[in-house]
Design a protein. Structure first.
Length: 248
């Protein structure tokens, strides 16, 4: 058994934090001594570890409480999910380090980097974020399934998917002068729709909703504007035409 002072020192949290977790019912002590002291056993320690791991993923305390108190909560399964997400974060950090190192070499004249290579690591994350945000507008179960699907991909596969998504947007942009209804642009929209299958498979209404988000949501719009200020509105126009053609 560990006292509040011992556990706080071991876990790197303050005694006040442990008292607060007790107060809100998130982490109860294993027993209360006759002197009124709180004591924590192994089960409480494992629960605290879960809380801190979920905090690392930026989940609010109320949501963490709901997860670990749900009837189907399994601590081993939860740890495996943490492992997957942390490995994903590590892979991204490693790619960021590689990008920084290569850029330093590029600036020193020791290595050539194309404009796309300067931003590849960010574009993959951006693409995944687009799909996650879009799915949150609909079914949480879709979001959960998509996370699992995305986490099954290797780092190399994720990079390839991100590069494929970037190429699709660049091809649509290149065909923009031909008009949203042109065969070239519509072929690009079809590729874009198929690209969604890496994350989830939206129906036509959801597909149009995603394009509307690109155009109307300031967060999406800002990222598209970095590529070309015309692209977000053009995507919406082209997707609207695509959806109408499919419905005919």
């Amino acid at each position: 058994m560990f006292t509040v002072k011992q556990l706080s020192k071991m876990a790197g949290v303050t005694p006040r934090t442990l008292h607060y977790y007790d107060q809100i019912g998130l982490l109860k002590p294993s027993q209360i001594g006759g002197n009124g002291y709180r004591y924590y056993g192994e089960e409480a320690l494992l629960r605290l570890q879960q809380i801190l791991l979920y905090r690392e993923l930026d989940l609010p305390l109320e949501e963490i409480k709901g997860i670990i108190e749900s009837d189907d909560f399994d601590i081993l399964k939860s740890l495996e999910e943490h492992q997957t997400q942390l490995c994903q974060r590590r892979a991204r950090i490693e790619r960021l380090i590689d990008t920084v190192n290569n850029t330093i070499l590029h600036l020193k004249g020791e290595k050539e980097m194309s404009p796309n290579q300067l931003f590849d690591v960010f574009n993959e994350e951006q693409q995944a974020e687009y799909e996650k945000e879009a799915m949150q507008m609909y079914d949480p179960e879709v979001v959960k399934a998509s996370y699992k699907k995305w986490n099954r991909y290797s780092t190399a596969e994720k990079q390839r998917i991100g590069e494929e998504g970037n190429a699709i947007y660049q091809d649509i942009l290149a065909a923009m002068p031909k008009g949203a209804a042109s065969p070239e642009v519509q072929a690009g929209i079809e590729r874009w729709r198929r690209h969604m299958d890496y994350f989830w498979t939206p129906n036509l209404e959801q597909l149009l909703g995603i394009a509307q988000g690109y155009s109307q949501d300031p967060r999406f719009r800002a990222n598209f504007d970095k590529v070309d200020p015309r692209l977000a509105d053009f995507m919406l126009e082209a997707v609207d035409i695509y959806v109408k053609n499919v419905r005919r």
